[in-house]
Design a protein around this ligand. Structure first.
Ligand code: SF4
Ligand code: SF4
Length: 408
């Protein structure tokens, strides 16, 4: 999941209470193979002392009276039993010191029980649930170890969240299959009443490593080849434009699609809700089960480790120059094509993890998805201009729908 970007915090942490362990084997998962970074890949449950150190030190990063947002991520965090999350609440209470604590949890949705749903509701957990649309699209890549599709279980999980009144939103991956049916994909979310959707393009490159990992790190160019499930720039552009055409005439203010919100934020010159579209990043670290801290959830590679919270205080690790440099590099290492791009203000070269292509003038380190983004920004520009004008006059951006319908 791309980081939700919180402008109020100096840094936040995506914690992995079960490491990279997961009950599913989704083909495009970038995190499963992180288990190879550890000597005992099947024993990556976060121990109590790491959990307590993390909760204590993370809360202490926040000024008294502020809000502290915990994000529980995976792998699959619900491989941890309910007692783990009860302990989380106990420790948060112990160290809160007057701060308000909120919890978000990202799950594949297959392990939700009535007991858990009740717990999430009682304690106001915000759930991010991974689902790739209707069954035939979802089950193509999101399968169990034995190859069985997971859609039925996920739908049961959604049913439980709804029954217990748990707040949830959808994380949907745009891959080669889902990109081929943009409207079928989008309509599914509308049909199930999901109003907050994050569509994330999946792009991975394959490069075997001696330790068993098979994905290339963002700084490994070499012989890496594009994974077959990746979305192409053309398909990504087509996907965004097709979705936008429907959204802008009928769904503005009703369905919240993160990339459209982020684009409008760029048009308004305010911080977008997602790090990939921000000017710089480096505010969203990832914490492995044993206390290892990495610069970003998408950069859990040995060369991007900041240290271990059991050896050095979290505050010290997150103040390191290497993290600042990592965040600043998002802007500093833009290609000339990006720096001269008319849409730089909204795109900012997107996420550095996708910058492995050549720019139009042959410069390495250009964003692979660029052509898709350019097409989308050009397509959406008149509507973004309109919504910006509305917002600047204190009027509703949803007025764009009538204007768009008339425009045809
Ligand atoms: S590299 Fe930066 S932009 Fe990309 S996911 Fe990580 S924090 Fe976000
Ligand atoms: S649209 Fe392409 S050239 Fe423009 S900022 Fe984004 S990645 Fe760079």
């Amino acid at each position: 999941m791309d980081a939700h970007f919180s402008p109020t915090l100096p840094v936040y942490v995506m914690a992995k209470p079960a490491g990279a362990l997961c009950n599913l084997r989704c083909d495009y998962c970038y995190y499963l193979e992180k288990r190879h970074l550890y000597r005992q890949p099947q024993k990556t449950m976060m121990p109590g002392d790491v959990l307590e150190t993390y909760i204590r030190d993370y809360i202490a990063l926040h000024a008294e009276g502020t809000q502290v947002e915990f994000v529980w991520h995976g792998g699959e965090p619900l491989l941890q039993p309910l007692s783990f999350f009860m302990n989380v609440l106990r420790l948060q209470k112990k160290y809160a010191g007057g701060r308000q604590i909120i919890n978000a949890l990202q799950t594949n949705g297959t392990l939700i029980t009535p007991e858990l749903a009740h717990f999430f509701h009682e304690h106001n957990f915000l759930i991010g649930l991974s689902i790739d649309g209707p069954q035939e699209l979802h089950d193509r890549y999101r399968r169990s170890r034995s190859g069985r599709g997971s859609w039925q279980q996920v739908m049961q999980g959604i049913g439980l969240l709804n029954r217990y009144g748990v707040e949830w939103n959808a994380m949907a991956v745009v891959n080669d299959a889902t990109a081929a049916d943009p409207l079928g994909f989008y309509h599914f979310f509308k049909e199930i009443g999901c109003r907050y959707i994050q569509f994330t393009p999946v792009v991975e490159r394959l490069l075997p490593h001696a330790d068993g990992r098979s994905l290339a790190s963002p700084i490994e160019y070499g012989q890496a080849e594009l994974a077959p499930f990746s979305v192409t720039p053309e398909a990504w552009g087509e996907f965004l434009c097709t979705l936008f055409d429907e959204w802008v005439v009928s769904d503005v203010g009703e369905y919240f699609i993160q990339i459209f919100d982020a684009t409008l934020a760029g048009w308004m010159g305010v911080l977008p809700p997602v790090c990939s579209m921000a000017r710089t990043c480096g505010h969203a670290t990832a914490l492995e089960h044993n206390g290892d801290l990495y610069v970003c959830d998408h950069y859990v590679f040995p060369e991007f480790k900041l240290g271990n919270i059991m050896e050095r205080p979290l505050a010290e690790l997150t103040r390191q120059q290497s993290l600042k440099d990592f965040g600043a590099n998002k802007e500093r290492l833009l290609t000339r094509q990006c720096r001269e791009c008319e849409y730089l203000f909204a795109c900012h070269g997107e996420c550095p993890r996708n910058r492995f292509a050549l720019s139009a003038d042959g410069e390495p380190g250009h964003n692979y998805l660029c052509a898709g983004y350019r097409r989308f920004f050009k397509h959406a520009a008149p509507y973004m201009d309109f919504m910006k004008r509305k917002l600047m006059h204190g009027e509703a951006p949803a007025d764009v729908m009538e204007w768009a319908r008339k425009r045809g």
